[in-house]
Write a protein that binds this ligand. Structure first.
Ligand code: X6L
Ligand code: MG
Ligand code: MG
Length: 166
């Protein structure tokens, strides 16, 4: 199955952390990282005042089901030393399962497509680099989103795509 995962970091060496996350994800059984978006610096949205993020999106080919893929993402977060503190607070690394094919999943702790993804420039901008017509919550299409002003701003490419398959 084709899936998209959003990556974010706003603590430590953010770019090195995102690259390590891609490396670790691609080493898990049943996951191949197909390609990455460029890396964007983005203003923090929600939560306390906190440093700017680096965000990217990767496209995966996976043999795993959505729950197993979520567990793999959480495993990578733990391997990179993520400590969960305040809700929406700063984090070393965050891996969010955005979409899993065109499947809709709504289970405890696992909602796909990610219910807020279409409102967030730090997800949409890198995702649209990889897929001009991505699955969105509620069967929405990109062309029919009415994005509030600013959603696509405060998102600047700062580095090329993360390396895949190393
Ligand atoms: C009102 C209330 C409007 C809350 C928005 C939006 C809360 C996004 C949390 C919100 C609200 C989030 C990242 C981030 C976070 C990230 C950037 C979240 C969870 N993660 N900002 N904020 N990049 N730029 O990866 O997404 S915390
Ligand atoms: Mg997140
Ligand atoms: Mg998360």
């Amino acid at each position: 199955m084709r899936a998209f995962v959003g990556l974010g970091s706003n603590l430590g060496d953010r770019l090195a952390t995102l690259q390590r996350a891609v490396d670790l994800l691609g080493r898990r059984p049943g996951i191949r990282v197909v390609r990455s978006s460029r890396v964007y610096e983005t203003a923090p949205v929600g939560g306390p005042p906190q440093p700017p993020f680096l965000n990217a999106v990767v496209e995966l080919e996976t043999l795993l089901g959505p729950r197993e893929l979520l567990e793999a993402c959480l495993g990578v977060e733990r391997a990179l030393g993520r400590v969960r503190g305040e809700r929406w607070g700063p984090r070393t690394v965050d891996l969010d399962l955005l979409t899993y094919g065109r499947e809709e999943v709504d289970e405890e702790g696992l909602v796909v497509p990610h219910p807020r993804m279409h409102e967030r420039g730090f997800v949409l901008v890198p995702l649209l680099e990889l897929d001009a017509d991505p699955p969105l919550p509620g069967g929405r299409r990109v062309g029919s989103l009415r994005l509030s002003p600013g959603v696509l701003g405060e998102v600047e490419p700062v580095a090329p795509a993360l390396e895949v398959g190393r």
